[in-house]
Design a protein around this ligand. Structure first.
Ligand code: GLN
Length: 212
């Protein structure tokens, strides 16, 4: 099972390293054919305007949307969250409209270009997530199918999930945080082996009884 990391621009190496740290092979994706053998995809932070342009230039939008449609997990951080949003405040065209959210780019203004915060993320367990925000977006509104995974103390939404698509306004890969990647890897493994858990293997107790 391999997970792609969109490697057009931005902080993709850190995601490949985070995947390696949990024993998962990350594949740098630059062209549609790089997606052939992946069971999930990470969209890194960087500059969404540049990423938007390169996604279009290399014909990646269709193949990434197909991968998402197949049920493979897609995980976007920061600029990656912007790329995945169905609406961008100010009216920029969406790029890969997979998440029913409205995002605002650079939502923290100049005086707070970057900051760090410890966030509660209940689906990842009790230990807080140390979140690094760099010229980060914020989620202004979420549709009915979207789960909110984390908020700042003031209530603003900074991590979401809609079915197989997850996005964070912050950078877990810059803080040594591996739990989002572990979650994505688990989802990718299930996607790669859909029969897993479907009763394909003989039940150990039933087998024992049958042999008795
Ligand atoms: N400010 C960037 C954008 O709007 C995102 C920053 C980041 O990914 N760290 O695209």
């Amino acid at each position: 099972m391999r997970i792609g990391v969109l490697a057009l621009q931005g902080a993709f190496r850190e995601h490949v390293a985070t995947l390696a740290a949990i024993g998962v092979e990350g594949v740098e994706v630059r062209l549609p054919e790089d997606l052939v053998d992946v069971s999930g995809l990470v969209l890194p932070g960087g500059e969404s305007t540049t990423m938007r342009r390169l996604i279009r230039r290399w014909g990646l939008a269709g193949p990434i949307l197909d991968l998402a449609q197949s049920g493979a997990p897609i995980f976007g951080t920061c600029a990656g969250m912007i790329i995945l949003s169905k609406a961008i405040a100010g009216g920029e065209e969406p790029v890969l409209p997979l998440l029913d959210v409205v995002v605002e780019r650079n939502a923290f203004g100049r005086q707070l270009d970057s900051f760090e915060a410890d966030l509660e993320v209940p689906i990842l367990g009790e230990r807080p997530v140390h979140a690094v925000f760099i010229r980060a977006p914020i989620v202004e509104a979420v549709g009915p199918g979207v789960d909110v995974l984390a908020r700042l103390d003031d209530g603003r939404i900074v991590a979401v999930r809609e079915a197989n698509v997850i996005a964070t306004a912050f950078h877990p890969e810059l803080a040594g945080e591996t739990r989002f990647h572990r979650l994505v890897a688990t989802m990718a493994a299930e996607h790669a082996d859909p029969a897993e858990g479907a009763g394909r293997r003989p039940h150990p107790l039933r087998r024992a009884r049958a042999g008795a």
